[in-house]
Design a protein. Structure first.
Length: 125
């Protein structure tokens, strides 16, 4: 059976995916920024959104960590994931010629799973 926090995180992740993709797409297509910059900015904004929504709707039990510690850990893990996203997008887009937006989708899929597991097991304990 699927864990209910995973389903809730899926909804939060879905919303964050839409926001992330809109920002990423807009920065590239409307403002003509590089995908490197667009990825970084959209990722930082969505990390804040994901932390807030995860704390409010997904991992709502009493926390053993203080809020400041949770925020720090969230961003530490997110920066690791950002590096992972750069590698995935670089390989998919720059090395194999996959469309930048499909490359972004691939990186988000893997990042979603990593972030859920780390948040469930380490951050929101």
């Amino acid at each position: 059976m699927i864990n209910s926090s995973f389903v809730k995180y899926g909804f939060v992740g879905g919303l964050c995916f839409v926001v992330d993709f809109i920002i990423f797409y807009s920065l590239i297509e409307l403002f003509e920024y590089s995908w490197y910059f667009s990825l970084s900015l959209s990722f930082i904004i969505v990390t804040y959104l994901n932390y807030f929504l995860s704390r409010k709707f997904v991992f709502i039990k009493s926390f053993s960590r203080r809020k400041q510690s949770q925020i720090f850990l969230t961003f530490a893990v997110s920066f690791f994931t950002l590096g992972f996203n750069y590698i995935i997008i670089f390989l998919c887009h720059e090395s194999f010629g996959l469309n930048i937006y499909l490359s972004k989708f691939v990186s988000i899929f893997f990042g979603f799973i990593i972030n859920y597991l780390v948040r469930k097991k380490i951050i929101f304990v």
